[in-house]
Design a protein around this ligand. Structure first.
Ligand code: CA
Length: 184
């Protein structure tokens, strides 16, 4: 595994069609991803770079950068404010290739109000190149390997508060996104 992609996906069940769950404070449908903590076999994975296809923060003067999600600072993060109802992505490059074994990914959404992603998809690749986020196109990540791309899709669910929760399922896709995923 050389990179992890997090897609923020719209959904009509979310405020302003998502992708975030913010509703009573802040911008409706917004999210604020503060930190991503990935572990393999219980060991934390280091990132060397990150890219996004879009970033804008609704509240405060901070910049919405991909690298904000691994700087250890809760008040910095990635958000796609003003793009409610649209899909966007963040791609994290690992410092060095890692085994997929026992991969765990924790996402922290640190605001004083609900700011979790309401629907998202996680993908990984073993592409040795510099995999970058791309807006609205099939990413390099989906080419992946002959074994396809392992993705985890999370649907809006109850009890979202601070951290994403809901109905998550693992999917195995063959290279190239399915129609459903492409239009998501
Ligand atoms: Ca941060």
């Amino acid at each position: 595994m050389s990179a992890i992609r997090i897609e923020a996906l719209p959904d009509e069940r979310l405020p302003a069609n998502g992708p975030g769950a913010a509703y009573y404070e802040g911008r409706k449908g917004d999210f604020f991803l503060s930190e991503v903590i990935a572990k393999s076999g219980g060991m934390p994975l280091a990132f060397k770079d990150a890219s996004i296809d879009f970033g804008k923060i609704a509240i405060g003067s901070g910049k919405s950068l991909g690298t904000n999600v691994y700087d250890g600072i809760g008040s910095s993060g990635w958000s796609t404010a003003t793009q409610e109802g649209k899909r966007h992505e963040l791609v994290l490059l690992l410092d060095s290739p890692q085994s997929l074994q026992d991969l765990s990914i924790e996402m922290v959404f640190e605001r004083h109000f609900v700011a979790a992603l309401g629907r998202f998809r996680l993908s990984v690749t073993d592409d040795p190149g510099e995999v970058l986020a791309r807006g609205g196109e099939i990413s390099d990540l989906t080419r992946a390997t002959d074994d396809g791309v392992e993705t985890l899709v999370c649907e809006p669910g109850g009890g979202i508060r601070g951290r994403a929760s809901g109905d998550c399922r693992a999917e195995k896709e063959h290279p190239g996104l399915s129609d459903d995923a492409r239009h998501a």
